[in-house]
Write a protein that binds this ligand. Sequence first.
Ligand SMILES: Cc1cc2nc3c(=O)[nH]c(=O)nc-3n(C[C@H](O)[C@H](O)[C@H](O)COP(=O)(O)OP(=O)(O)OC[C@H]3O[C@@H](n4cnc5c(N)ncnc54)[C@H](O)[C@@H]3O)c2cc1C
Length: 467
Amino acid sequence: MTTLLIKTLRDICGAAHVLTEAADIEPYATDWKRTTRGKPLCVVRPADCQAVAAVVKACRSHSASIVPQGGNTGLAAGATPGEDADEVVLSLTRMKAIRALDPVAMTVEVEAGAILQVVKEEAEKHGRLLPVSLAAEGSATIGGIVSTNAGGINVLRYGMTRALVLGLEVVLSDGTIVDGLRHLRKDNAGYDWKQVFVGAEGTLGIVTAAVLRLVPLPRETVTALLSVADVGTALTLFALAQDTVGEALSAFELISATSIDLVERHAGLKSPIAAGEWYLLLEAASSLSGLEPAMEKLLSDAFEQGLALDGVVASSRQQAQALWELREHVTEAEAREGGGLKHDISVPLGAMADFLAEAGNAVSEICPGAGFNIFGHLGDGNLHYNVLLNGAKNADAVNRAVHDAVVNHRGSISAEHGIGRYRLSEWLRTKPESEQRLSRAIKQAIDPEGLFNPGKLLPKQAKGDAV
Ligand SMILES: Cc1cc2nc3c(=O)[nH]c(=O)nc-3n(C[C@H](O)[C@H](O)[C@H](O)COP(=O)(O)OP(=O)(O)OC[C@H]3O[C@@H](n4cnc5c(N)ncnc54)[C@H](O)[C@@H]3O)c2cc1C
């Protein structure tokens, strides 16, 4: 059966694009963090949408499940296959054409395997911005950002990826190609089905192409770093920043003193300002000029009102880049420290300080020696709340304590990275049954045989069972 399937896949994609040797499939079998490892039956790399549809039909007729994969930078192990050597990894990386870019309509139509950074660079040549910015953009793909509904540093201003998706082309489990590649800003002709595939983590179908909304490329960008004593003060400063720079505010990131210490020790970087318990990295961007005086005023008001302990406005592009590097190296520095127990939480802004106190107390009680590497998109109410266990073994209890505090404040246990395999048990424990039932109903309606990405986002169903 397996031999026959592999022969069929080779007929569809060419022998060079069906990988079966252990060394060849290794990069596709492990997640970015290198903590989850799977064993795929093979890796298949179709060249176009028709080939994807043929691969899906072949896998279905051989009862082989499919794990869609883009750049494999996801942080929820959603693109990692199971261990039973019965799942086919379908890599979209050969499908990377930018089919059309319209600077007037401000849209781009692009294939799923295109690298986010490449599409952004193309848009910039036309004076446009694809406003999804994340540290993995040099490897993450359009199909991946759509399927995880990626966030990043500019959500505050432009929304999550969902807000940018105008149209999708998807392949369903029976091989049907649904062509919804419309370049329309307004389309209320029936259910907005494409949104069901956004953030579905590859569990409903394969995204093969997308039409995304662009925005004007800002001509002026101003970046500032401030230190503050506590999160309450950081939120007061957030309100002040919104009043002072208004809709130009495009990033408002929180970085803990522990995170700065990690990047200073492991990435050879140095904060240019005096320490506080917390740091804020702000960016304002506009197509018009005049932002710098507004940012200078924000800083002087922040000092006058006793909000900021220290601060600097970058005076050059290089200085701005150096400030951003402090933020961008936190994840890597944490990995060099030995890794942390990652949480990707969001809570309403008004509950953030209480959440941090509650979660911190609960974790310290379970694990007295724990450290806290906390950083993230404060403006969106989203923090990466990573616990440095320092050798302690009670990760599950810590996980539950953090998520219980999230639930107590009506937050989310995954603000932007998704559920995948990594958070499935916690999703089942914390998500209300009525919402779980709705999720199972969607899966049942679109992928009733459970062909796509089993065991991700929802529990794996036994062959032939309803979801
Ligand atoms: C250093 C670093 C920083 C990051 N920062 C952020 C951040 O700030 N914000 C954020 O949101 N994320 C962030 N991420 C996570 C990650 O980059 C995003 O989730 C990204 O969108 C994943 O894209 P990918 O192409 O690598 O997808 P993959 O990792 O390959 O896949 C992710 C999920 O999407 C599915 N999938 C992929 N392609 C398709 C497709 N064509 N059709 C259907 N399903 C598909 C997979 O099955 C899997 O479930 C970061 C990751 C790293 C390593």
